[in-house]
Design a protein around this ligand. Structure first.
Ligand code: FAD
Ligand code: NAD
Length: 467
């Protein structure tokens, strides 16, 4: 039986990063993955394929809607959907292949098969075909991620009533895609299909889309997505989803309790994801799960068994690839006797629609609720020369700073390249910068990042220059 210093179960961004960091720190490391490709949800059916389709559909949208204004004549432009999906597959293949390379480079043994605990120091790995084998390790890291959640009354037939996984592999462009849940997945994949010609209706239970983010972001994004033709039914409680071979019917009660019926040909259910611990043999260990099925961990991300750690989507916190990665590094360093730290308040959140939404720190609603005195500076992209040049004038940057100390407490953006721009806010907040600090730093002109400087100026005492 092979013995390792550490065995990581699950090869998503949490697991593979943990494995690399363990190997870098000199541990004999194995990585267990039940699928034949590494990379987990993120690389196979999440972050990467969704961004590939977002980029392709954005090109098409620009070709059909903004090229003419730029003075570019294209003739008839059409979508080759099969090729769009094929290119996405190639991007996924290249990216997951990159993880194979990284495992070899770091001398990490990849064990293909389903991992299950036999005891707190031993697991079995069962490949789809062939015999299972047993492996021992001093430490384990559970990084088994998450799966799409559904509502109790919705049967996912995966043909007409689908999750994000199927929505990334459709064979045709839907005529009318009904999306249950106006969160990140619904809005990103809704954007893809709306851009390439589908009618898209988002049915959201709350009174705002992306309800967990700063309310201003949801409002701005909804305005932009309506221009794409996306229809929103907010404060609608979905109560029935029925499918035939060719159609779906969604019934929801509106704010007044009146039943609304929506007909379409596909229904994407995007109401969140649930932690995945199926057949992991946790009953053979002291690892416990909480009331939501998440593995319970302490501040060192240790489970009920001191030598078994858990990270990523399978534990509490935001279900984000970069959060899982930070935790992977954290646990490896804890095991090596180091004293790492993660500031969960500084993990940014991004929605890759266009305009993009990005945020870090506290929302205005959270600051109000906790009674923290704050001031707000907002700069709209329509006042940015760079945004006018590229015709990306939707959105704004909002900087929230402490009323007394001027320390930046939250930054919320909707706009072009917000996903990349949020990094400046993360750095500023990591070093506990004040709004004035950021406002006095030179930002290249003309760039979208000037909106961050201007919002910081606005927060510093109504000192914005270009509005
Ligand atoms: P996962 O990536 O889920 O990986 C877990 C792995 O463990 C899987 O490969 C699974 O097969 C394997 N596994 C499970 N159980 C076992 C077992 N018993 N034995 C062996 N292997 C096992 N996040 C972002 O930050 N940015 C984005 O743009 C983004 N886009 C997304 C788009 C979509 C459509 C979806 C669905 C998610 C997206 N996410 C995004 C979320 C992101 O994918 C997850 O937060 C991230 O993948 C979590 O990483 P993880 O390592 O915890 O688990
Ligand atoms: P989500 O939590 O972002 O959104 C779910 C939405 O469904 C919420 O707005 C919620 O109010 C709504 N909802 C719940 N029950 C409903 C009902 N009965 N009727 C109508 N609406 C209902 O979840 P998601 O979009 O499924 O994404 C899952 C996870 O994947 C998220 O945690 C997210 O962090 C991650 N993800 C991240 C990215 C990114 O970082 N860009 C992209 C995709 C997914």
């Amino acid at each position: 039986m092979s013995a390792f210093d550490v065995i990581v179960i699950g090869s998503g961004p949490g697991g593979y990063v943990a494995a690399i960091r363990c190997a870098q720190l000199g541990m004999k490391t194995a990585l267990v993955e039940k699928y034949s490709t590494l990379g987990g949800t993120c690389l196979n059916v999440g972050c990467i394929p969704s961004k590939a389709l977002l980029d392709s559909s954005e090109h098409y949208h620009n070709a059909t809607s903004t090229f003419a204004v730029h003075g570019i004549k294209t003739g008839k432009v059409s979508v080759d959907f099969k090729q769009m999906i094929q290119r996405k597959r190639e991007v996924v293949e290249q990216t997951t292949g990159g993880i194979d390379f990284l495992m070899k480079k770091n001398k990490i043994e990849v064990l293909t098969g389903h991992g299950a605990f036999i005891s707190e120091t031993k697991i079995s790995v069962s490949p789809e075909k062939g015999k299972s084998a047993e492996y021992e390790a001093k430490n384990f890291i559970i990084a088994t991620g998450s799966k799409p959640a559904t509502l109790p009354f919705i049967k996912l037939d995966k043909t007409r009533v689908i999750t994000s996984t199927e929505a990334l592999e459709l064979k045709e462009i839907p005529k009318h895609m009904i999306i249950v849940g106006g969160g990140v997945i619904g809005l990103e994949l809704g954007s893809v299909y709306a851009r390439i010609g589908a009618q898209v209706t988002v049915v959201e239970y709350m009174d705002a889309i992306i309800p967990a983010m700063d309310k201003a972001c949801g409002k701005e994004l909804m305005r932009s997505m309506k221009k794409l033709g996306v229809k929103f039914l907010l404060s609608h409680k979905v109560k029935e989803v029925k499918a035939t071979k060719t159609s779906v019917t969604v019934k929801a009660d509106d704010k007044k309790g009146l039943e609304q019926e929506i007909q379409g040909d596909y229904c994407l259910v995007s109401v969140g994801r649930k932690p995945y611990t199926d057949k992991l043999g946790l009953e053979n260990t002291s690892v416990k799960v909480d009331e939501r099925g998440r593995i319970a961990v302490n501040e060192k991300l240790q489970t009920g068994a001191a030598n078994i750690y858990a990270i990523g989507d399978v534990i509490k916190g935001a279900m984000l690839a970069h959060k899982a990665e930070e935790e992977g590094t954290f646990v490896a360093e804890v095991m090596a006797g180091q004293h790492p730290h993660i500031d969960y308040n500084l993990i940014p959140g991004v929605v890759y629609t266009w305009p993009e939404v990005a945020a870090v720190g506290q929302t205005e609603e959270q600051l109000k609720e906790s009674g923290i005195p704050y001031k707000s500076g907002v700069f709209p992209f329509k006042a940015s020369g760079r945004a006018r040049a590229s015709m990306d004038t939707d959105g704004m940057v909002k900087v929230l700073a402490h009323e007394g100390t001027d320390e930046i407490l939250g930054v919320h953006m909707v706009g072009p390249r917000a996903a990349d721009m949020i990094a400046e806010a993360v750095v500023a907040m990591e070093f506990r910068a004040s709004a004035e600090d950021v406002s006095r730093m030179s930002h290249a002109h003309p760039t979208f990042t000037e909106a961050m400087k201007e919002a910081a100026l606005a927060a510093t005492g109504d000192r914005a220059l270009h509005i």
